[in-house]
Design a protein around this ligand. Structure first.
Ligand SMILES: NC(=O)c1ccc[n+]([C@@H]2O[C@H](COP(=O)([O-])OP(=O)(O)OC[C@H]3O[C@@H](n4cnc5c(N)ncnc54)[C@H](O)[C@@H]3O)[C@@H](O)[C@H]2O)c1
Length: 701
């Protein structure tokens, strides 16, 4: 017997499943057999007495889960951090365990009452004593971990539990003698799995399958080379034996009904302190302020969900709820994350939602200089479509040329600060780029309940309309188009060849003739098929009148490409009278600028198609400047390209027959986007009809 190792257990005199606080308890209330439980506990006790000294704490009536002593607290040397149970059902155990620790000479540390931490159930020492693995996500709060580090003077590595079946760290994770680790990766988020892989070399990691995990194979007691557990598959036993462990299986099925097994039934109370190990925790916290219609716009839910989904935790410090219907609310939230990297990620996402640092913590942006052309500093801030401001020398400046997926470059000339978005490839050596997340704020429109309801009715919000609502949406779009045209605004159309195949060319031509379109963006295909239709009456070889393929029609598009190439350009084909009608003809005749961006599948291409994609992207960006509305007509490729270049505030109408494409295009979190799932030819015809109905000084022809 190893005299130096002591384990605390609690006889199961009052054990039963009396309530449901984890998924294992569901359906098991009062279903465990007292006799069998006592027998199983005694067997475990007997096995453990061979490898360690077992101390007992007196069971208390009314606290059935006291049998799970792992949750009494976390011991290191003579110190113990007492548990603060998450569920009321177990909180009554705390004073009894505290008494036992005090009676046995431990110094007891206690967390605030509202900071849950469930002892050695959620905190497991590396068996070499080098650091503490601490779990959070279900029972223990991440914010308890810095206290563990401070009080026990040890490095704490935080692991995020994401599968509610494995609600405590010791249900899915078991550090073993010699630096080995037995664990179930499916119970952790990807960051935690990465952390485990960084700390434990591959030859020391023993991962288990779900079948072993649900038998609580990780809920094992390890004393030197012995591992005691409920049950293990032959495969698992073999892999543990291969690295020198001796497995003892002892059935604990009655305790599984309450979500516990061997490890849960024990608390190791001799945990030696290593001289050269000291406190360290990479956990970061920061306070962020959210302001706006936090509840009725769902911002608060979204914000708190994203903190948790990214492996962080939060505490709402103040929440001043706007009393009047129109007034906004303000909340200060303390966000914690297990590492600097995750803190930055969470902060970025919260800033995108409009979060700012509270006034006392506002600071300037951090800037780093570009040292290699076209390459940003590692932690550069990636822009979104939302209007953004950066704080330089105590002053906020609005970022110019707002777009998605760019870096922010700050210039200071003659005491004047300017900031603008620059895509990576345009970064030049010496450019001063904003890094991290300090001193950045974005403005999201904060609509009141009324504004939102009206907008949803009038423009269907950021939703995707169903077929039966198409006509209503078209009416609204027609109204918007009229208003934009009448005030001299700008509408850009991005269109794919389907517009031509579905008979939409005549309607798009009509919109162009009548001043509703100020630029056309597309690929080689829209122009090729439009010109094919204009010159040969077919689109992709299909007769547009009869809807049937024409003999030899598959060669038509190549013939028209050849014709335009002979003319020199689309404009010259129009001027020479070769191209008499169609969408491209209207562009030339009505001085509507267009850009055809090349792609790998292009035939020809037409002389106007820009095959240098960097030039094409720059031309798209130029033509999109100052746009009020973009009509995205059945081209996923070009519409996504355009969407990325467009700041919030520009209305985007995405028309596609495929709901998934529409959702993808209109789901930019912007209320300005609307999706229409329908045939694009039908949409254009309805739109032109609707515009005709609107009284106008112009007449649609
Ligand atoms: N001959 C050529 O040169 C040639 C031919 C075809 C495509 N291309 C090029 O390939 C690239 C991608 O082409 P793309 O933009 O056509 O393809 P894409 O896949 O990006 O988009 C086509 C979209 O049209 C939608 N659609 C299909 N039928 C529809 C209908 N009846 N109503 C509404 N939406 C409908 C689809 O769901 C799809 O999302 C472009 O650059 C294009 O110029 C070249």
């Amino acid at each position: 017997m190893a005299e130096s190792i002591r384990i605390l257990m609690c006889p199961p005199d009052h054990y039963d499943v009396d309530y449901v606080i984890n998924p294992w308890m569901e359906g098991n209330i009062h279903k465990s057999s007292r006799d069998r439980a006592v027998e199983q506990w005694q067997k475990l006790h007997h096995v453990l007495k061979d490898v360690a000294v077992v101390d007992l704490v007196n069971p208390q009536k009314g606290w059935p889960d006291m049998v799970f002593t792992a949750n009494a607290g976390l011991v290191l040397g003579d110190n113990v951090v007492l548990s603060r149970f998450f569920h009321e059902e177990r909180q009554g155990e705390e004073p009894h365990f505290k008494q036992w620790f005090e009676d046995n000479g431990f110094t007891v540390y206690e967390l605030d009452e509202d900071l849950p931490f469930e002892g050695a159930g959620d905190a497991l020492l590396d068996r070499e004593g080098r650091w503490l693995w601490a779990g959070y996500g279900f029972r223990s709060e991440l914010d308890s971990h810095p206290y563990l580090a401070k009080w026990l003077d040890i490095e704490v590595l935080s692991l995020h539990l994401i599968d509610e079946r494995f609600y405590h760290l010791d249900t899915c994770f078991c550090p073993l003698t010699g630096g080995y680790l037995l664990y179930y990766p499916g119970a952790f988020d990807s960051y935690s799995n990465h952390l485990i892989e960084m700390r434990v070399p591959v030859e020391k990691r023993i991962t288990i399958e779900e079948a072993d995990a649900v038998n609580f194979a990780c809920n094992a007691v390890n004393v030197n080379q012995t591992i005691v557990m409920n049950k293990a598959s032959d495969r698992l036993k073999e892999s543990l034996q291969e690295v020198g462990f001796n497995i003892i299986e002892t059935p604990l099925t009655e305790f599984l009904k309450a979500g516990g097994a061997a490890k849960c039934l024990t608390l190791r109370i001799t945990e030696p302190v290593l001289e050269d190990v000291h406190a360290n925790t990479p956990i970061e916290s920061r306070i962020l302020r959210m302001e706006g219609h936090l509840l009725d716009a769902g911002i608060m839910n979204t914000a708190l969900d994203l903190v948790v989904d990214n492996g962080g935790s939060f505490k709402v410090l103040n929440f001043n709820l706007g009393i009047e219907r129109q007034s906004t609310s303000v909340a200060d939230v303390r966000v914690s994350a297990p590492s600097h990297q995750l803190m930055e990620e969470i902060s970025r996402q919260l800033i995108d939602l409009g979060a700012v640092a509270p006034p006392q913590e506002v600071c300037d942006v951090k800037i780093e200089t570009v040292t290699k052309a076209g390459v940003a500093p590692d932690d550069f801030y990636v822009t979104t479509i939302y209007p953004t401001e950066v704080r330089v020398n105590g002053e906020w400046s609005r970022v110019q040329e707002q777009r998605m997926d760019a870096a922010i470059v700050v210039r200071e000339t003659n005491g004047q600060t300017t900031a603008s978005c620059k895509i990576l490839r345009d970064l030049a050596i010496g450019d001063r780029v904003v890094v991290d997340v300090d001193g950045i704020r974005t403005a999201r429109k904060t609509e009141s309940r009324e504004q939102r309801t009206t907008q949803e009715f009038s423009f269907m919000g950021a939703g995707v309309s169903s077929e039966r609502r198409v006509e209503l949406v078209v009416e609204q779009i027609a109204w918007e188009l009229r208003q934009i045209r009448d005030r001299g605004g700008k509408v850009v159309v991005t269109a794919g060849p389907v517009v031509i195949h579905t008979g939409g060319a005549q309607h798009l031509s009509s919109l162009m003739r009548n001043g509703y379109v100020q630029a056309l963006l597309g690929g080689n295909a829209i122009a090729v098929h439009d010109i094919e239709q204009a010159l040969m009456g077919t689109s992709l070889g299909v007769d547009m009148q009869k809807g049937v393929p024409v003999r030899g029609g598959h060669r038509h598009h190549l013939k028209v490409i050849n014709t335009v190439r002979r003319c020199g350009s689309i404009a010259q084909a129009v001027e020479q009278g070769v191209l008499p009608k169609g969408v491209m003809y209207e562009c030339v005749k009505n001085n509507i600028p267009f850009c055809l961006a090349g792609s790998i599948r292009d035939d020809g291409p037409l002389p106007d198609t820009e095959m240098d994609l960097i030039k094409a992207q720059a031309e798209y960006a130029r033509l999109l400047e100052g746009t009020d509305m973009i009509l995205m007509l059945s081209t996923m490729l070009h519409s996504i390209g355009v969407g990325n270049m467009t700041p919030a505030g520009v209305k985007m109408v995405c028309v596609d027959i495929n709901p998934a494409v529409v959702t993808k295009l209109s789901d930019r979190g912007s209320v300005e986007s609307v999706g229409v799932v329908t045939d694009v030819g039908l949409f254009l015809s309805l739109l032109v009809n609707q515009l005709e109905k609107l009284t106008s000084p112009y007449q649609l022809s």
